[in-house]
Design a protein around this ligand. Structure first.
Ligand code: ARG
Length: 459
């Protein structure tokens, strides 16, 4: 097969060398973006008079045929034609004759591939933002149903203070809200047109870069042609934003895995999001959560991979940059899949409210209440901490909990204790009273949920 750039060559590479250099096995993912970019480019070439109307119409008609075929996945690609750009150009010329060769006027594969990547990522980031909102919606729903479900809150994975389960879920809501903001910020740099930068230096043809940008609905154009073809920051931002999102999903996965264990029994995952064991009949495994935790690693890897590819590259385009694609495609697939699974998992999980509440009773997670009670009555908090610490030790020795101590024993530790202390020690009261802004008090959580709902309302 004749190379589209073969003029200068006297000898062709062997097939296995061609194969090594080719990207068609993966960049065919960009087929629709590539065609759309070409349609805009040819429209501009005709408007500026660089091509005649007739030539442009022929090319456009050919591109539309290719687009229809691409949508039906009927196009066949050849590894000999290296990449999606050369494959499409060659098919176009086959379809409409030599005039197809005019499409590439005033354009290079370097600005073409960058354009494809921008178009592709714009679409994907937009759909990731919607999926994030779906997951946030699922969280809101679960939270709303569990405002008064209490559970132990942990630090160091040791029971710390009782909290509302809704408050715990809403912590993730706000993480995802930040992820969304990062993707939106990313979009502002994804939505910039490199088209018309040429190979690196612009072109002698009187092209109109604003026109193609407008046709492709880009918000602006790259100011510098060399930057336009060398920049992959927008992909790095996507990968780093996705890494942070995956880190959030991974932490959440870890909690879901813990909570669904026999040791915790705080939730039960729906059968549709769990798997069994081929040997142990009793098993119900949280595979999906584990897999998301595991897949976080590949997204981090994709970020490190591209950072490393780019770090030593001189301007402008270098073939190394062909390595920007697979990690990006893989990340899109991983993030989209993980978000969909997560929303379903949250929606269908069963909350074991009794076990959760029970877990707040048989421990010392109400010790802070006791210290706060004393300092509320005037004792310096540090001193109150010491008094309560001693009481905890006393309980450990007596093998009981704070609420089991008779009033006389409490009063022996401090005369400030009165009969109302037992209500204060009730974990439910402890949660309810934490009404500082952003705290776990039921009222605060209710307000936070109302506020959160506004984040999901279309602007
Ligand atoms: N397949 C190439 C890539 O993905 C397209 C750009 C090729 N440009 C070039 N001058 N070789 O980066």
């Amino acid at each position: 097969m004749k190379k589209l750039w073969g003029g200068r060559f006297t000898k062709s590479a062997e097939e296995w060398v061609d194969e090594f250099g080719a990207s068609i096995s993966f960049d065919q993912e960009l087929v629709l973006e590539d065609i759309d970019g070409s349609i805009a480019h040819v429209a501009m070439l005709s408007e500026t008079g660089i091509l005649t109307l007739e030539e442009a119409e022929k090319i456009k008609a050919g591109l539309l045929i290719l687009k229809e075929k691409a949508e039906k996945e009927e196009l066949e690609f050849s590894v000999k034609l290296e990449d999606i750009h050369l494959n499409l150009e060659s098919q176009l010329t086959e379809l409409i004759g030599p005039v197809g060769g005019k499409l590439h006027t005033g354009r290079s594969r370097n600005d073409q591939v960058a354009t494809d990547m921008h178009l592709y990522l714009r679409k994907q980031v937009q759909s990731i933002i919607s999926l994030l909102e779906e997951l946030q919606g699922a969280l809101l729903e679960k939270a709303e149903a569990n405002i008064e479900t209490i559970m132990p809150g942990y630090t160091h994975l040791q029971r710390a203070q009782p909290i509302s389960f809704a408050h715990h879920l809403m912590a993730y809501f706000w993480m995802f809200e930040r992820d969304k903001a990062r993707y939106k910020e990313n979009l502002s740099r994804v939505n910039v047109s490199p088209l018309g930068a040429g190979a690196l230096a612009g072109t002698t043809f009187p092209i109109d870069r604003y026109k193609t940008a407008e046709l492709l609905e880009f918000g602006s154009i790259y100011e510098n042609s060399m930057d336009a073809v060398s920049d992959r920051d927008f992909i790095l931002e996507f990968l780093s934003t996705s890494s942070i999102l995956m880190m959030h999903l991974s932490r959440f996965s870890e909690e879901i895995i813990l909570w669904s264990s026999q040791e915790f029994k705080f939730i039960e995952l729906d059968d549709s999001f769990s798997t069994g064991s081929s040997i142990m009949p009793q098993k119900k495994n949280p595979d999906m959560a584990e897999l998301i935790r595991g897949k976080t690693g590949r997204v981090y890897g994709n970020l490190m991979g591209l950072l490393t590819v780019l770090k030593g590259l001189p301007l402008a385009y270098n073939k190394d940059m062909q390595e920007d694609k697979e990690g990006m495609f893989d990340t899109v697939k991983t993030v989209v899949g993980s978000l969909k699974i997560f929303a379903g998992m949250v929606q269908t999980m069963k909350v074991q409210t009794d076990t959760m509440e029970q877990a707040t009773k048989n421990d010392f997670s109400n010790a802070t209440e006791l210290a706060d009670y004393l300092s509320d009555k005037g004792m310096p908090f540090r001193e109150a901490h010491e008094v309560v610490g001693k009481l905890v030790l006393h309980c450990v020795q007596k093998q009981c909990f704070l609420a089991d101590l008779p009033l006389e024993e409490l009063q022996a530790a401090s005369t400030l204790f009165e009969g109302d202390i037992y209500e204060v020690l009730n974990p439910r009261t402890a949660v309810q009273r934490r009404n500082s802004a952003g705290g776990t008090g039921f009222l605060q959580v209710e307000q936070a949920i109302q506020k959160a709902k506004k984040c999901l309302e279309p602007l």
